[in-house]
Ligand binder design. Structure first.
Ligand SMILES: *[C@@H]1O[C@H](CO)[C@@H](O)[C@H](O)[C@H]1NC(C)=O
Ligand SMILES: *[C@@H]1O[C@H](CO)[C@@H](O)[C@H](O)[C@H]1NC(C)=O
Ligand SMILES: *[C@@H]1O[C@H](CO)[C@@H](O)[C@H](O)[C@H]1NC(C)=O
Length: 299
C-alpha cells in the first residue's frame, strides 16, 4: 500500500514537472532561439563604424508596428558627387541569431572598401540597442522596414540591391526577397537552415520531442521556392556544428530560380567563421561582378 502511494506521488510529481517545463519552454522559446544577449554585453555595447574607419552614420528606423530599430548606412564617397555611390551595388546585410550589427563591422569593411558596395545593416528588434523583443513576425517587419528605407533613399534607391544573410539572417533574407523579388538584383545566404522545425532536433536534441511547441517556424525551404528570377549564391561551411550542411545543400537543390544558382563550400568552415575562410570574399566579389555590377556604361 505504502509503495503504491510513493509511486503515485512520484508520477504526479513527474507530470507536474513536465507540464511546468513545457509551459516555461513555450513561454520562453523566443529567449532561447534569439540569443541577443550572447556574446555578453551585446545588448549594451555596439561597435561604431568609425572604430573601423567607416562612414559613421547610424539611422534609427521606425517600423510599421512602432518599434525603433538601429541601422548603419555606409554610402560610397566621391569628391565629384554621388556618381560613385549610385553606380555601386548596395548590400543589405542580415546578422545571425546572436550578437548585433557592431560585431559584423569587419565584414562590412571588406564589402565597403574592397568590394566597393554601399552597405546597410541593422540590429533587429531586441538586438543591440534596438528596442523591442525578437520574434519571427517582428524580424520580418524589421527587414521590410530596412528595405523600404533604401527604396525611399535619394541615392540608394537608384542602386542595384543585394540581400545577404547569415544563418537566421539568411532565412530572413529569403523571406524578404520572396516578397519583394523585383526590388533585388541578387541574394546571398550563408549557413542557413531549411526551417526552425527541421533544425531544432539537431541544434537542441533535448527538445526534439517538443518541436510542436515552437511557433517560430522560419520556413526558408518554402521562401526559396518563391524566388523565381534572381541569382542566388549559397555559402556553406562543411564543418558547421549548428546547422547541418545538408540543409544548405537541400536549399540549393530545391531552388529553381532562372537567374542562376552558385554553390560555394568551405571544407574547414564552422557555423560563424565562414568569413574567415580562404576564398569567402572572392566568391562574393566574383558573384557580384558576374550578376550585379553593370559596367556597360563605363569606359
Ligand atoms: C508564439 O509563442 C509565444 C509564447 O512564447 C507568444 O508570445 C507568441 O505570441 C506566439 N506567436 C505566434 C505567432 O503564435
Ligand atoms: C583544411 O584543413 C586541413 C587540415 O588542417 C588542411 O590540410 C587543408 O588545406 C584545409 N583546407 C582549406 C581549403 O583551407
Ligand atoms: C561563434 O561560434 C563559436 C563556437 O560555436 C563560439 O565560441 C563563438 O562565441 C561564436 N561567436 C559569435 C559571435 O557568436
Amino acid at each position: 500500500m505504502m509503495v503504491t502511494n510513493y509511486i503515485l506521488a512520484f508520477i504526479y510529481f513527474a507530470v507536474a514537472v513536465t507540464v511546468l517545463l513545457t509551459v516555461l519552454l513555450y513561454v520562453f522559446q523566443c529567449d532561447l532561439l534569439y540569443a541577443a544577449g550572447f556574446p555578453a554585453g551585446s545588448r549594451s555595447t555596439v561597435a561604431r563604424p568609425s572604430q573601423y574607419d567607416l562612414p559613421d552614420k547610424e539611422v534609427i528606423l521606425m517600423t510599421s508596428d512602432g518599434v525603433k530599430i538601429r541601422s548603419y548606412v555606409m554610402i560610397q564617397r566621391d569628391q565629384n558627387g554621388e556618381d560613385l555611390a549610385i553606380q555601386s551595388p548596395t548590400i543589405l546585410w542580415f546578422h545571425s541569431h546572436t550578437g548585433n550589427m557592431g560585431h559584423r563591422l569587419p565584414v562590412a569593411k571588406v564589402f565597403y572598401e574592397k568590394l566597393g558596395y554601399n552597405v546597410v545593416m541593422l540590429s533587429y528588434r531586441g538586438y543591440g540597442l534596438s528596442e523591442g523583443k525578437p520574434n519571427e513576425k517582428g524580424l520580418n517587419v524589421d527587414a521590410q522596414t530596412a528595405l523600404d528605407y533604401i527604396l525611399h533613399h535619394p541615392i540608394l534607391r537608384h542602386t542595384r540591391l543585394i540581400c545577404m544573410g547569415q544563418s537566421l539572417g539568411g532565412a530572413l533574407a529569403l523571406n524578404l526577397v520572396s516578397k519583394n523579388e523585383d526590388k533585388f538584383a541578387a541574394l546571398i545566404i550563408e549557413n542557413t537552415f531549411l526551417s526552425m522545425t527541421l533544425l531544432i532536433p539537431h541544434a537542441l536534441p533535448a527538445l526534439r520531442h517538443l518541436v510542436y511547441l515552437c511557433n517560430q517556424t522560419w520556413r526558408a525551404y518554402r521562401a526559396i521556392q518563391h524566388i523565381h528570377h534572381i541569382p542566388i549564391l549559397l555559402l556553406s561551411s562543411l564543418k558547421d556544428e549548428l546547422v547541418p550542411p545538408a540543409h544548405m545543400k537541400k536549399l540549393y537543390e530545391i531552388s529553381h530560380t532562372t537567374g542562376g544558382k552558385v554553390w560555394k563550400e568551405f571544407e574547414n568552415g564552422t557555423h560563424n567563421d565562414t568569413c574567415m575562410q580562404e576564398g569567402y570574399f572572392k566568391a562574393i566579389a566574383d558573384f557580384g561582378l558576374k550578376y550585379v555590377w553593370d559596367l556597360s556604361d563605363q569606359e
